[in-house]
Design a protein around this ligand. Structure first.
Ligand code: GLP
Length: 262
């Protein structure tokens, strides 16, 4: 794992966007794993502004609320359309978001796994982190071998996402379909972005704490190609900060990122 700490949210977002753009330039038909949440809104805005072509890309989103049809204003399908798909040249048929209104959720989950396999797997999986320590909607005790399935959301997660539901936690769906931790770990590269002081404690647990299913994001420590991109606020509880900064300042592969960024 590599931890890259940028001075502010803008520069953290900028670095993530550059990683995605670099991948698409190298592999125009890349398969991207996408995430939702407020943190990612800036990433998508910047990706749209970059003008990069998604014409040959395929995408798979991490998760979706159960009970919300795709055209619900709060569904993650609507979120993706609004923030990315409506503004880029991607073929809508190549965008995949789980259907939370499916009658047979088990089948929807299995079909999703099959589609990811058919696409040859995910090249780069973008991740946020919830204050409950989840990646996707893998709430505490999610098996690290889990595949796409339905999960009950924690009260913490429902409270965190209440803002999108008029500030009322009770209006947040109680369950979601989510890629499993195992599904996420199968991606060839993981890029986790977290920003803001409210995430500093859970980021420290995920990055430096014990690997435990109580913090499903800690599973990323087992991934051989994982980058965690942070701003100062979300990084403030990390113990190994000096070393992470040293690596970013010295590793040749980060040179162009440092140069453009500073
Ligand atoms: C939701 C998503 C997660 C995401 C999290 C972070 O819970 N299911 O995949 O990581 O939001 O949200 P935010 O960026 O709004 O803090």
């Amino acid at each position: 794992m590599e931890v890259i700490i940028r001075p502010d949210v803008d520069r953290a977002v900028d670095l993530v966007v550059k990683l995605i753009v670099a991948l698409i330039k190298e592999k125009p038909n890349a398969t991207l794993g996408l995430a939702t949440g407020r943190t990612m809104e800036r990433v998508y805005a910047r990706l749209v502004a970059s003008g990069i072509s998604f014409a040959d890309c395929r995408t798979f989103n991490l998760d979706e609320y159960i009970g919300l049809p795709p055209d619900d204003p709060n569904s993650y399908r609507t979120y993706m359309n609004r923030h990315l798909f409506d503004h880029v040249d991607i073929d809508r048929a190549n965008t995949h978001v789980l259907d939370g209104s499916a009658l047979d959720l088990k089948k929807a989950a299995q079909d999703y796994e099959a589609k990811i396999d058919d696409a040859g797997g995910i090249d780069l999986q973008l991740l946020g982190i919830g204050v409950a320590g989840h990646i996707g909607f893998n709430e505490p005790l999610s098996s690290f071998m889990s595949r796409t399935r339905d999960k009950s959301l924690t009260p913490t997660t429902r409270a965190q996402n209440a803002e999108m539901f008029g500030g009322v936690s009770d209006k947040v769906p109680k369950r979601a379909l989510t890629m499993g931790v195992g599904t996420i770990l199968d991606a060839r590269e993981l890029v986790l972005l977290a920003t803001g002081c409210a995430k500093s404690s859970i980021v420290a647990k995920a990055v430096e704490g014990p690997i435990t299913s109580m913090v499903s994001a800690s599973a990323i420590q087992m991934h051989p190609n994982c980058k965690v991109v942070l701003d100062e606020g979300s990084a403030k509880e990390l113990q190994g900060r000096d070393y992470y900064d040293f690596v970013f300042a010295n590793e040749p592969k980060w040179e162009s990122f440092r140069r453009v960024d500073n």
